[in-house]
Ligand binder design. Structure first.
Ligand SMILES: Nc1nc2c(ncn2[C@@H]2O[C@H](COP(=O)(O)OP(=O)(O)O)[C@@H](O)[C@H]2O)c(=O)[nH]1
Ligand SMILES: [Mg+2]
Length: 317
């Protein structure tokens, strides 16, 4: 891999900085109140910091880990000025997230030895599945990959049309049936079409709302099973999309979904326009599943490969 590919591109950084603006402003405002009148990081400051992190949607468990690390640092360094707190937070959170190998990617790729690479996108209604699929299709296409979309959210006609709009916009083929048709059948057709076309990537959209959770999970299991008739080891990736603007609710959804069905990666959307971006830090720390993508806007280029270093760097600067 080229050395230059690893450089955090200026465009990407600007988009990320802008996307995280509300979260950052909110965090920094709370931080300045937390340290008001204090020059040294003491127990009071740590208590306040704990509150700020929880209020920033980092989550209780991850917040406690961060506070522990900062306490250890205070004990070691003896004197820690509050003016250094932001830098130290950045270092300690980066250190915490570095304890796993997840979240190191810098670019949109799929493994070359899986063809077609089958990506199934799941998540509750309205979180941004279809939008994320459109953005992903665009990125993969830019990389020279041949993409086919499958409209297996057959619940509403509008859902199929919405994916069609993205397919037209990105100019990639889509496989669709009528509203109300069997999602597994759509997925099957999509994979067959992809194999025939010698496509590199297949992205399957799914419905987020069925009568109840058991139905939803059964449906997803059925889609997987039927796809395996065409591509034996499909799906290669089950991407759970979470709406970051719902903060702790996104966290809960991740817990519920990963318990009920196999999820292999996460996307957190709508980080722009929310002050709850800290949830990505909690999710990255608490789940053994990588956050692969983050959505930072509604535009076609507003999807980024999540990189924990870039994220922390942007968040705490
Ligand atoms: N601001 C913002 N809006 C987003 C983002 N991702 C999706 N959306 C919007 O969220 C709404 C629901 O998205 P959609 O893809 O239809 O969700 P789905 O029901 O899960 O397929 C749409 O209005 C999208 O434009 C994002 O990263 N930022
Ligand atoms: Mg949709």
């Amino acid at each position: 891999m080229s050395f230059f590919k690893n450089i955090f591109s200026k465009d990407k950084k600007e988009t990320l900085d802008k996307g995280l603006e509300k979260s950052k402003t909110n965090f920094l405002n709370k931080m300045s109140k937390a340290v008001a009148g204090k020059s040294k990081v003491d127990d009071d400051v740590l208590d306040n910091l704990e509150e700020v992190l929880v209020a920033s949607d980092v989550g209780v468990n991850t917040t406690l880990k961060i506070i522990d690390r900062i306490e250890a640092r205070v004990a070691k360094d003896k004197y820690l000025g509050t003016d250094e707190l932001n830098r130290i937070l950045r270092e300690e959170i980066a250190g915490l997230l570095s304890e796993t190998n997840l979240g190191n990617d810098t670019d949109f790729t799929v493994p070359e030895n899986k063809k077609p690479y089958v990506l199934m996108v799941v998540g509750v209604n309205g979180v941004g599945k279809t939008t994320t699929i459109g953005k992903l299709a665009s990125q993969f296409k830019k990389k020279g990959l041949k993409v086919v979309l499958g409209a297996a959210d057959t619940f509403r006609a509008a859902a199929i049309d919405q994916l069609q709009v993205w397919a037209d916009r990105v100019d990639v083929p889509i496989v669709r049936q009528e509203m109300g048709s069997d999602p597994a059948s759509v997925a099957f057709d999509t994979l067959q079409s992809a194999v025939t076309q010698n496509a590199d990537v297949v992205i399957i959209d799914t419905a987020g709302r069925l009568h109840n959770k058991v139905n939803l999970m059964n449906e997803l299991t059925k889609i997987k099973r039927v796809m395996q008739k065409v591509v034996a080891d499909a799906p290669h990736d089950v991407l759970l999309v979470l709406d970051g603007s719902t903060g702790q609710n996104a966290f809960e959804q991740a817990k519920q979904f990963t318990k009920a069905t196999e999820v292999t990666s996460l996307a957190v959307t709508k980080l722009d326009g929310t002050a709850k971006g800290g949830v990505v830090i909690g999710i990255s720390d608490q789940f053994q599943i990588p956050v692969k993508y983050i959505g930072v806007g509604e535009g076609i280029d507003d999807l980024q490969v999540f990189n924990k270093h870039e994220f922390v760097d942007s968040f705490f600067k």
